[in-house]
Design a protein around this ligand. Sequence first.
Ligand SMILES: Nc1ncnc2c1ncn2[C@@H]1O[C@H](COP(=O)(O)OP(=O)(O)OP(=O)(O)O)[C@@H](O)[C@H]1O
Ligand SMILES: [Mg+2]
Length: 657
Amino acid sequence: MAGSSFENAEIATLTAECERLRATLRTSEEQQRILFDSNPLPVWVYDTESLAFLAVNESAIRHYGYSRAEFLGMTIRDIRPARDVPVLEAHLSGIAQTHAATEAWTHLKKDGAEITVDIFSHGIVYTGRAARLVVAVDITTRAAAEEKLRNSEERFQLVSRATSDAVWDWDFQTNLLWWGDGFCALFGYPRTDISPEVSWWAERIHPDDRDRVYNSLHRAIEEPATIFWSEEYRYLRKDGAYAIVQDRGHVIRDAAGKGIRMVGGMTDITEHKKLLNQYLRAQRMESIGTLAGGIAHDLNNVLAPILMSVDLLRIHMPDEGTHKLINTVEQSARRGADLVRQVLTFARGIDGSHRVAIQVEHLIKDVARIATETFPRSIRTEIQAEKDLWVVTGDATQLHQVILNLVVNARDAMPEGGTLTLTAENITIDAQYVATSRAAKPGFYLCIGIADTGCGIPQDEIDRIFEPFFTTKEVGKGTGLGLSTAHAIIESHRGFIAVYSEPGQGSTFKVYVPADPNLRAPASAAPAVADLPRGHGETILVIDDETSILTITRQTLEAFGYQVIVAHDGAEAVAVYAQHRDTIAAVLTDMVMPIMDGPATISALMRVNPHVLIIAASGLNSNGRVAKAAGAGVKHFLPKPYTAETLLITLRDVLRP
Ligand SMILES: Nc1ncnc2c1ncn2[C@@H]1O[C@H](COP(=O)(O)OP(=O)(O)OP(=O)(O)O)[C@@H](O)[C@H]1O
Ligand SMILES: [Mg+2]
């Protein structure tokens, strides 16, 4: 049995070898099992054919809540929400044989909770079957965080879009600026124009504001305690105009206090500023009015005794030299009194005592006629009046004065000539308009436009032109009361005035007077100015020693269709009359004149022609002379001071009795 003992030995060796191999295999299998089972991530193997779970590890059991036995009775379809199963099957049909990875699958736990997982899988052969080894990484918390971030990002986008502000985000690391859509909307730049460079933004700050903005911004960033920054500056719009903006920013810092980012927004406050300026202007006007009113009142009291004393002085000091002096005193005092009256009218506000229905077209035509007849020929006057203009209720004389003031300003603005355009149109003002103009109230208005092609008004003056005494004209040429009076008159009519002006191009003043679309003007209520009697080319001799009175009387008479010859004293008048007695239809003479006074002149004229038509203009203090004139045969008297209206009516009565 030697052989058998060899065989036995052989067998023993083989058996030992086998045992060793088996032990090794057992160890390796055990190691595999340990790797599989103690893997902290959920791991399983499933049959590629039936999709049935073939093995699951401890972590999978813990994570999904199924027992091993339950798992082994399920397929991988069962850990997917029903809605995802078609997606899963489509996915499996195209899956790579070897390694595959999918992100953000939704899996179902036993308790019905959904989790988000990233899946890594690999094709293997398991117990002789084609299978896949799967590792699942639960990313539910991370996905939720990402979702939250996405939401907050979206919210930021929405907010930045919803606000009309230009929202910005400046990353100091890259030194780039991100702009919200509000920037495009506010300043008119298309997206494609915008560069994220900080310099692109900075270049558009008004040059006069740039250093200030830059310095304060850098100070805010560098000072570790500063969080908020705010600055007001002018910012260039795409259309070339500057908007006034309020820019605010919030500096975000790291733990060391170093700025890493800044987020903020620009608000366009141009309109707001404009309204504020208008408000301030209105307030300033009001206080100046009150102030001026007080001064005017006191001045009146100062001037009254001077004027009263003048008359007494004349009686007490009959010599001519002194009379001249007294006249000067009187004239100056009267001029002062006139000014005071204007100021008082302005300060008190004009209450518009004489309100009638007015057809503005008549007013405009009348002013246009005065302009055509008295302005230099280089100024062309045009009228553009809409048909069926509404009727306004107001004081015709005051409105006439407003238009005339504006027309005279237009003339002064066009020393080289140009075009004066008078317009009238019906305007309905809505809430939109009101929102941008403090002075306007909604309603129906008649809008009178006075446009010139003159010098225009510089931007920095336009807010001041309505201030009393604001004038750019040389001393003696303008008092600066024209526009403030116009403003007060129109305000008392519950209207308003708007100005548009372009230096070098011209100015347009628009006067808005409330109108009543239903009101018809009775024919008889047409404005007095338009109704004034006109001459028919008759020649009138006007005698007055005051050049200013001669000038104005001549202008009025010429404007109303008369021819005028002037004489500065009685002697000159008699000489002129003798020469032109056949053409002169009537004589208007002052009563108080040096050298040869009224009565003396009248008797001299009557010697030339006993039927001469004479109108004697007399102040209240010349009663004695009036009596004398009456004695000399004068039948017509004109009390001084007289208006154009009384002058024209008197003349008509004298010439056409
Ligand atoms: N049409 C215009 N074009 C240019 N500037 C104008 C115009 N109208 C007014 N202005 C400016 O406004 C200023 C004020 O006008 P306002 O009528 O109040 O006073 P004024 O004309 O100077 O004097 P006055 O009291 O004799 O009217 C003017 O001096 C002028 O600078
Ligand atoms: Mg003026």
